[in-house]
Write a protein that binds this ligand. Structure first.
Ligand code: SF4
Length: 387
């Protein structure tokens, strides 16, 4: 059993009745005491109090504290990024996803030149931070493909990250050397039966292999480690505790890297007619985001265009550190390929310029570029001086 699997197993988060009882047992007064701790540090007990039903009356106070903590650690800035979908072919059959291999929709894979055509549009809009996204398509989206694409993207983008299928550690190291310096990989659900229900076939059906992947990319020197659960599949309070344990484990072990949380909520997707037992309301999502911020002061908080404009506007003022804008979730979507299938429907369809204007009106600076490769380049020797 891997270290993180062992950590989660010891907590018995799969004992839903026991955890629900524990969460329900917190009192409003206990939550108030927890809020006296402004350290931004994590303990499981603290987070459990903050995601408990007893914390609901404290949301306004939690938001006030989260805003202060975010401003102190990140300044009054929000990074902007855009996803670039490179393939919607997939060998998995996640029941909530438009790219499910059993779906009949045609598949689109972008050649390097086609991907660059989309990337050029994003660069012209101002983006310097790009997220490569793909279905699990290992026969097309190979390590060589990713390295070649990264080499072409590097002159245009200061930050290149990837949200792709799990790789081996040495493959992650190879794409890191090619300039991809962050990976996001959602466990989707930390609850094994829930995970099995929604991932019935393909490599992704192996829960443990997926759980182990962040260790592999973190140990391959990735600077940005993105985690998340797909909200709607399992009990959000218990999923938040498991997600936090995973993040805490990674942050302690790979302290040079930055952990980020994303909060993908289920969205309508092509050919998907599933019913979800655990849909998360706006208020619950806010509670989850605030609770994680108050326990992980240095973590990135990412909010994508899955969310509505009004919801994103409100959270931009509180704890978000990174936002996508103008997103297309189909390969070739920026350069006009409406025939290619999208992964899910975006909710915030504003242009990048409109989102940047919103961020400014929220009293934050939109940041298109937050990193320069020169920061990690070998130092140039100082010229010799003679005395
Ligand atoms: S969620 Fe990812 S792995 Fe699952 S079907 Fe969709 S693209 Fe494939």
């Amino acid at each position: 059993m891997t270290p993180v699997a062992s950590t989660l197993s010891q907590l018995r988060l799969d004992d839903h009745a026991a955890w629900s009882g524990r969460l329900d047992s917190f009192t409003v007064d206990q939550v108030r005491q927890v809020l006296d701790d402004a350290s931004g540090r994590y303990t499981l007990d603290k987070l459990a109090a903050l995601v408990s039903p007893a914390a609901e009356p404290w949301l306004e106070e939690m938001a006030r504290l989260a805003e202060q903590l975010t401003a102190r650690r990140f300044g009054r800035t929000i990074q902007l990024y855009a996803p670039l979908y490179i393939s919607n072919a997939c060998i998995n059959s996640c029941r909530y996803c438009g790219f499910n291999r059993t779906h009949h929709s045609p598949r689109t894979r972008l050649s390097i030149d086609q991907a660059i055509a989309d990337a050029d549009i994003l660069a012209a809009e101002g983006f310097r931070n790009i997220l490569l996204v793909s279905g699990e398509d290992p026969s097309f989206v190979t390590v060589d493909y990713l390295c070649d694409l990264a080499a072409r993207l590097r002159p245009r983008f200061s930050t290149i990250t990837a949200e792709i299928y799990p790789l081996l550690q040495k493959q992650y190291a190879t794409i890191a050397r090619a300039g991809i310096d962050g990976v996001t990989l959602y466990q989707e659900s930390y609850d094994r039966p829930t995970y099995a229900r929604w991932h019935p076939a393909g490599p992704k059906s192996d829960y443990d292999a997926r759980l182990d992947a962040p260790d592999r990319f973190a140990s391959a020197s990735m600077r940005r480690l993105g985690l998340g659960v797909l909200l709607g599949l399992g009990d959000w309070r218990i999923e938040t505790l498991a997600l936090a344990e995973h993040a805490n484990y990674l942050a302690r072990r790979y302290w040079q890297a930055q952990v980020s949380f994303s909060f993908p909520r289920i969205r309508p997707a092509p050919e998907v007619a599933e019913q979800y037992d655990h849909l998360v309301s706006d208020r619950q999502l806010v509670q989850m985001m605030l609770a994680l911020r108050l326990c992980f002061a240095d973590a990135g908080i990412v909010l994508s265009t899955r969310e509505s404009p009004g919801f994103r506007d409100a959270l931009a003022r509180i704890c978000v550190t990174s936002m996508s804008a103008g997103s297309r979730t189909n390969p070739g979507g920026y350069s006009g390929r409406p025939d290619s299938t999208e992964q899910f429907a975006v909710h915030d369809a504003r242009t990048p310029a409109e989102v940047a204007a919103m961020i400014r009106s929220a009293g934050r600076d939109p940041v298109w570029k937050d990193w320069d490769a020169a920061f990690t380049a070998p130092a140039t020797p100082a010229p010799a001086t003679h005395v």
